[in-house]
Design a protein. Structure first.
Length: 190
């Protein structure tokens, strides 16, 4: 498989199933941002953090690749004329979302109650979580906009929403694990 095909030199790319669209198409922006998110999660995973968290992040990276493939498949290309699914991979579903919720609940058990908004920072691993959370929210906004034009599998939107929550709680958990003080946002009058 060649890395360069030259088919995108004119500013178009192929969706799964062969439909060509402009590279700035909302569908491309959506799964491109999911890809960016996946790269940031790789940065978190590369930090000196607990193996359990690294394993959970690897599961999430696989789920994001699946989610990207789902986004790369336009509705009209989801099934063949025979009725068989064209994209022959597991889909993001309720179990994927439940996995995130379980991890959030497990992490929150060991965390103090949050009484203020928290400023990002304190440690590189924590900051990477917050950057990934922001990218996740952008991916969510883009997929919501895409869903306004073309109905998506609702699990995609739910998964991205829950993942941003997971990344926030993970930042708090890593702050605790790494002995970093959370910086509370306390508005002050100037």
């Amino acid at each position: 498989m060649k890395i360069y095909t030259k088919t995108g030199d004119s500013g178009t790319t192929a969706l799964f199933g062969g439909t060509r669209v402009k590279k700035h198409n909302l569908r491309i922006e959506s799964y491109g941002t999911v890809d960016e998110l996946n790269a940031y999660i790789g940065l978190i995973k590369d930090q000196k953090i607990a193996e359990k968290i690294k394993n959970d992040l690897l599961i999430i990276q696989h789920d994001l690749f699946t989610l990207g493939a789902m986004l790369a498949t336009p509705p009209e290309k989801e099934t063949l004329k025979s009725g068989k699914e064209r994209l022959n991979i597991p889909k993001i579903n309720e179990n994927s979302i439940l996995f995130l919720e379980q991890q959030i609940d497990n992490m929150e058990e060991s965390l103090p109650q949050m009484t203020h908004f928290i400023l990002p920072g304190g440690h590189q691993a924590v900051s990477f979580c917050h950057v990934a959370r922001c990218v996740c929210r952008r991916a969510e906004r883009l997929t919501v906009a895409l869903n306004d034009d073309e109905t998506l599998n609702e699990a995609i939107l739910m998964y991205l929403n829950r993942l941003s929550d997971y990344l926030f709680v993970l930042a708090r958990k890593l702050s605790k694990d790494l002995g970093v003080e959370e910086i509370k946002w306390i508005p002050t009058k100037k």
